[in-house]
Design a protein around this ligand. Structure first.
Ligand code: ATP
Ligand code: MG
Length: 557
């Protein structure tokens, strides 16, 4: 129900009155329910006084306004009109100038937007398909093309639905990020996911917002992020066919298969350049051997670029030979894996080792210094090795000096590590990585003037912990790495490193994270306890006490 929508000019007072009347409540009853005097409520309803955020939240809850009243109070509180709120522009660069083909899909998306505009409805689209099919590239490309039509802004979130660490993004946290980007003050963001979703929908009403939700793992993860207002559009990508979206929310599904042969030849040619034009038949063959799958095509193309002395025909026949070797795999997987293995074999031994060891880290992006610890080399050497991997499209540099490896590649790398690196070598790499995190966290706490406790885990200083110039830099590091902390702590537990729980302690004590993350870290500790780390047990009790105190303090509200 939306009672106060009148083209974006609604204000709190009249809206609360409309909601109250719709619910059949007298001013006196509502005033009692939200703990203010009837006179005060009357002043607010008549627009003579502004509500506090707490009162707005209470009214919203009692009247079941789904966040609408909170949204109006947010606007009122900041004394800005909707049109002057920030206009987020969160799209990543995507494939950028290298994007080719997919003309049918782009046209279909355009058409759906027109249809929704004419019908005065929201546009909801699900793009699903194989890993590496180009779902993100397509969604981001289209969003860039039409972003000027969304004057309310463009929001983007990666739900990490298929993260190797198993840690999917929490929709409540994603909503928190969206609301902050839309100008809602941190203190005004409601606690529950449902309330946040309500507030988000209320803010979307009356302005044109485009939301790209990448990598959704389940319907439940994406449902709170959907919008209902005309003029808005939500594009979801997933490796799964999320039936709930089409059945419950009227989403239109675009199933993204491999590229058309012309498109995949175009993709190869765009990267390879002149040599592709000299050997069109080999390029056609190469495209075919890649199953016309963009991820495989990009990797194969980079390999051609990296081998200037070889003919494309030779490189294509390598791929055929490898396909034969890997023929136990399903056809689409085979295309990707054979592209991986050819590129991997072309690397020099140091870069190969780096690639394999990166497979041991199932977190999100890794910082250069952390990678350096993993491979036991100085940072400048590690950077060179990562750049080598990137030149073969086996890794990519992300926005903030971190490096990412596609999860299919990571699984492949982990398998290679298991085959090629003896267990002590693998354990040593994990230990160095964990120690790097511990020492860097310690350095950050030092700069922030925090309470440092040197962990028992760290037996020797790591090569190069990160250095922080000021507390803000250190705090930013904590924030950016918070996800990896959980993963690293788990890795430490899985490798039975003593004192693994201390990582978790740091992590929890530094950051006010949502309850879901606390639960995840408790789970880590339980595992540590089961693994026989007696210290962890004491840590569990201490930390749970501390965390309950936090909750009791209202830290999480
Ligand atoms: N149409 C295209 N033109 C050029 N490059 C493309 C195109 N589509 C995809 N790519 C490239 O192929 C690779 C895989 O694409 P992308 O990451 O979009 O796949 P995805 O389907 O989102 O995969 P995942 O399921 O792993 O998220 C990327 O490097 C991307 O830049
Ligand atoms: Mg993707």
């Amino acid at each position: 129900m939306q009672l106060s929508s009148d083209g974006g000019t609604a204000t709190f007072g009249p809206s609360v009155r409309r909601w109250r009347e719709a619910r059949g409540l007298s001013q006196r009853r509502l005033a009692a329910a939200v703990h203010v005097s009837p006179g005060w409520l009357s002043r607010i309803e008549n627009g003579f006084s502004e509500p506090t955020m707490g009162l707005a939240r209470a009214c919203d809850e009692v009247l079941g306004a789904g966040g609408e009243l909170v949204a109006l109070a947010v606007v009122g509180e900041r004394d800005v009109g909707l049109e002057r709120l920030p206009r987020p522009a969160q799209l990543p660069a995507g494939a950028g100038a290298t994007f080719v083909g997919r003309t049918h899909e782009l046209a279909e998306l355009d058409q759906l937007l027109e249809l929704a505009a004419r019908a005065g409805t929201v546009m909801t689209v699900l793009i699903d398909g194989l890993p590496g099919a180009g779902k993100t590239a397509l969604a981001v490309r289209w969003a860039h093309q039409v972003s000027h039509r969304f004057d309310g802004g463009v929001l983007f979130a990666d739900l990490k639905g298929f993260a190797l660490s198993g840690e999917r993004a929490d929709p409540g946290e994603v909503l928190e990020g969206f609301l902050l980007a839309l100008g809602v003050a941190a203190g005004s963001i409601p606690a529950s996911t449902a309330q946040r979703a309500g507030l988000m929908r209320s803010l979307a009403d009356g302005r044109r917002l485009l939301v790209v939700v990448d990598n959704a793992g389940t319907y439940e993860q994406v449902a709170p992020l959907l919008l209902g207002a005309a003029g808005c559009a939500v594009v979801v990508t997933s490796r799964r066919r999320l039936r709930g979206l089409t059945v419950n929310d009227g989403a239109v599904r675009i199933a993204l298969g491999p590229m058309l042969p012309e498109g995949s030849i175009e993709l190869l040619t765009a990267t390879i350049g002149e040599r592709a034009r000299l050997e069109p038949e080999s390029v056609r063959l190469l495209a075919q051997r890649c199953g016309h799958l963009p991820l495989a095509l990009r990797i194969a193309a980079e390999r051609v670029v990296a081998s200037p002395r070889h003919r494309v025909a030779e490189l294509a026949s390598d791929l055929i030979r490898d396909s034969a070797r890997l023929d136990v795999l399903a056809a689409d997987e085979l295309a990707v894996r054979s592209a991986f293995s050819c590129s991997y074999r072309d690397l020099d031994p140091e870069a190969r080792r780096t690639f394999r060891l990166l497979g041991l880290f199932p977190g999100s992006d890794i910082a250069v210094e952390a990678a350096a610890a993993l491979v036991d080399r100085p940072s400048w050497v590690a950077r060179g090795l990562l750049e080598q991997l990137a030149s073969m499209h086996l890794a990519e540099e992300t926005a903030w000096d971190g490096w990412g490896v596609h999860d299919l590649l990571r699984v492949y790398a982990a398998r290679l590590a298991e085959e090629e690196d003896p267990a002590p070598e693998r354990a040593g790499a994990v230990r160095r990585l964990v120690e790097w995190y511990v020492h860097t966290a310690d350095a950050a706490l030092h700069v922030m003037g925090g309470n440092r406790q040197l962990p028992s885990l760290a037996s020797c200083p790591p090569l190069e912990p990160k250095r922080f110039g000021n507390p803000a830099e250190a705090a930013l590091w904590f924030q950016r790495e918070s996800e990896n902390f959980t993963t690293v702590a788990r890795l430490a537990v899985d490798h039975r490193l003593p004192g693994a729980w201390e990582l978790r302690l740091w992590f929890c004590s530094r950051h006010r994270r949502p309850t879901s993350e606390w639960r995840a870290t408790w789970e880590i500790e339980r595992r540590a306890t089961r693994a026989g780390d007696a210290v962890a047990e004491a840590g569990t009790t201490r930390q749970q006490d501390a965390s309950h105190a936090h909750v009791a303090d209202g830290d999480w509200a």
